[in-house]
Design a protein around this ligand. Structure first.
Ligand SMILES: Cc1ncc(C[n+]2csc(CCOP(=O)(O)OP(=O)(O)O)c2C)c(N)n1
Length: 640
């Protein structure tokens, strides 16, 4: 007999319209059990999904998502939605190559009305849909579900601002408030939401009034004044309701409601449906990350995204380690430790993260230098300009932002940092192909979108030691500087002490040769050396350059070795349009160097999700593909 008899019987989400409360509660239990069983086998986002089970079931009861529209912010909490919209049987393939995506994707299901992966887009997208609906005289409901973490972004408020102004009907924002981002949520907005939940909002105002009354000398309290004071308290009672902020923005506020009580959520959604006929509604739902699975409730940060684990014990499955070959530290850890160490000697160093304290390694820095570490929330644009302000006053800010999330701050990097030549360092983790998170998270575009920025120094290290040197170089070059490094572990090289700066704009010749020049950047330097060694055995001699700098490019070194070889291979783990290999092509053209050029970079298409190594091969950047491509390129060269 199946562990999920009721869930198995749900062939289409519309069946849930007809379920009784008892059936819906049972369905929620089974969805939760299915989630635990399934994610423990595959890994994936976990604690956020355990928090949305009851909400999803209740939504399915009230709405028909073949007609109504729903946008899940980020999408990492939408596994219950996927399970109930016909994708349950594909869960064993979750986040695998050609398998189910870990986020929502329009091409994956007709129920996925909008794709995401980056935070805080849901309100704008759902409002756009509602506006399109109105212009086309349709009548369905449009819903955005957004977490309290994602609500910290300016973009979320830009959406609220417009929705309140438009007075859009049949439009609802569900604020899924679990008091957590990935790390604990930060900022004054969270304080405001917490006050609503605890009833503190009204109490604070009452205390203030009481205090004001008490400070008036007794003899001067005329009866009239006493009446006014009493009236003020009553008025505050009326206006100091939870959600005043949202009410003032033009929303009808409902809540807070316990998001794990199916009956309560059903009631709230029923009321929301009524109120939505008048204008936009904000439903505040309080949930718990990890609800229903104790280890995840106790440590929601650790359980935000997980690998496979034992569901019974909560033990994470560990990869087998060969004791003779210890695993090198991750680039993230090397970055976090190095910055922490440098900041001990230089009190001008400050660090900024946009809600990715642990992900960027700044948790290490925060422990050592709490007053100099700033988590600004999911607010990359603000993070960049905040860093610019710090730099303008003489500090040395390091904005540690994943490559993919810095895309949010394009104009801020240009307008607030580069045009003013302010010494901000951008530490971009997760550069290149990241794997299971897929297209929204690959860090493929950074080199292309930063290479056009005036004043900026742009680098990528070949190993973890060079990462340290580049960080040091960036910190003390007195200009904007960015370094990008990959997800995963370093190469296991020795970390040199003391850390030294690199000469700016100078590459490194690693190997001499007279047939091919392999000009490689960052993660592709080691594979370039391997290919060169292999081709050498076949009689093809290759020079290898570690470019180090995409900007300024080492034009002298590259053109010198171009002249000494017959053809050039440029290699980067980034998008082909506009990145390092483009820079090499431009250099050859500008200098009139007529050489055949092979560009090994990610072609102009979407890279899907899956295992990092498989994707690298598929994009022609894995060790096998690189060897074959370069060998074939050499074969096809005109005879010398
Ligand atoms: C622009 C952007 N920055 C950072 C992230 C990384 N990220 C993914 S989920 C998340 C936390 C979201 O918190 P919340 O919205 O409260 O959802 P919860 O996981 O608590 O349900 C963050 C910071 C992202 N996806 N997009």
């Amino acid at each position: 007999m199946s562990d999920y008899p009721l869930l198995d019987s749900v062939a289409a989400p519309q069946q849930v319209h007809h379920f009784s409360l008892v059936q819906m509660e049972q369905l929620a239990l089974e969805v939760r059990q299915f989630l635990i069983d399934s994610v423990s086998a595959t890994g994936g986002h976990f604690s956020s999904n355990l928090g949305t089970v009851e909400l999803t079931v209740a939504l399915m009861h009230h709405f028909d998502f073949l007609v109504d529209r729903i946008v899940w912010d980020v999408g990492h909490q939408a596994y219950p939605y996927k399970i109930l919209t016909g994708r349950k049987d594909r869960f064993p393939t979750l986040r695998r190559h050609h398998g189910l995506s870990g986020f929502l994707k329009r091409e994956e299901s007709i129920y996925d009305h909008f794709g995401a992966g980056h935070a805080s887009t849901s309100i704008s997208a759902a409002l756009g849909m509602a506006t399109a609906r109105d212009l086309q005289s349709k009548d369905h409901t449009c819903i955005a579900v957004i977490g309290d973490g994602s609500m910290t972004a300016g973009m979320a408020f830009e959406g609220l601002n417009q929705a309140g102004y438009l007075e859009t009907r049949k439009f609802m924002v569900i604020l899924n408030d679990n008091d957590m981002s990935i790390n604990p949520n930060v900022g004054s907005l969270q304080g405001y939401l917490n006050q609503m939940i605890s009833g503190q909002y009204y109490k604070r105002w009452r205390d203030r009034i009481e205090h004001a009354i008490k400070t008036i000398p007794v003899e001067s309290v005329s009866r009239r004044l006493a009446r006014v004071a009493k009236w003020s308290e009553e008025s505050f009672k009326r206006i100091a309701v939870p959600g005043l902020l949202f009410e003032d923005l033009g929303f009808s506020y409902l809540g807070p409601v316990n998001g794990h009580d199916v009956a309560a959520v059903l009631r709230a959604l029923g009321e929301a449906k009524e109120r939505m006929l008048e204008g936009p509604v904000l439903l505040h739902v309080q949930t718990k990350k990890g609800f229903g699975y104790d280890p995840a409730v106790k440590d929601p940060l650790k359980w935000h995204g997980v690998g496979a684990f034992d569901a019974e014990s909560g033990e994470m499955t560990k990869a087998a380690v060969d004791p003779a070959r210890p695993t090198p530290p991750s680039y993230t850890a090397v970055f976090g430790n190095t910055l922490t160490e440098l900041a001990r000697r230089d009190e001008k160093i400050v660090a900024i993260t946009a809600a990715m304290l642990d992900g960027t390694g700044l948790n290490i820095f925060q422990k050592a230098h709490p007053a100099r570490c700033f988590d600004v929330g999911i607010a990359e644009q603000h993070a960049v300009t905040f860093a610019a302000g710090l730099a303008a006053e003489g500090l040395r800010p390091v904005a540690a932002i994943y490559s993919t999330f810095l895309q949010r701050g394009f104009d801020q990097v240009l307008h607030d940092v580069c045009l003013q030549n302010l010494p901000v360092t951008f530490a971009m983790d997760r550069g290149g192909i990241v794997g299971a998170d897929g297209p929204t998270h690959h860090g493929l575009y950074d080199l292309a979108f930063l290479r056009c920025m005036p004043n900026l120094i742009l680098m990528a290290p070949k190993d973890e030691n060079e990462l340290r040197q580049m960080l040091f170089t960036a910190l003390y070059c007195n200009r904007p500087a960015a370094l990008r490094y990959p997800r995963g572990n370093g190469l296991g090289v020795a970390l040199q002490e003391p850390i030294s700066a690199l000469p700016i704009g100078k590459g490194e010749l690693l190997r001499e040769g007279d047939q091919l020049l392999l000009a490689a950047l960052g993660t592709l330097v080691a594979p370039a050396l391997q290919v060169a060694a292999r081709l050498e055995k076949e009689g093809i001699s290759c020079a290898v350059i570690n470019a180090r700098f995409v900007k300024p490019l080492d034009a002298d070194l590259l053109s010198h070795w171009t002249r000494r070889t017959r053809a050039v291979v440029a290699m980067e783990e980034g998008c082909a349009p506009g990145g390092f290999t483009s820079a090499v092509a431009e250099l050859l053209a500008d200098q009139g160097l007529e050489r055949p050029l092979l560009r090994c970079a990610v072609p102009d298409h979407i890279v899907h999700h899956g295992d990092q190594a498989i994707l690298m091969e598929e994009e022609g950047l894995g060790p096998i593909a690189l060897y074959e491509r370069i060998r074939d390129f050499h074969r096809k060269l005109p005879r010398a």
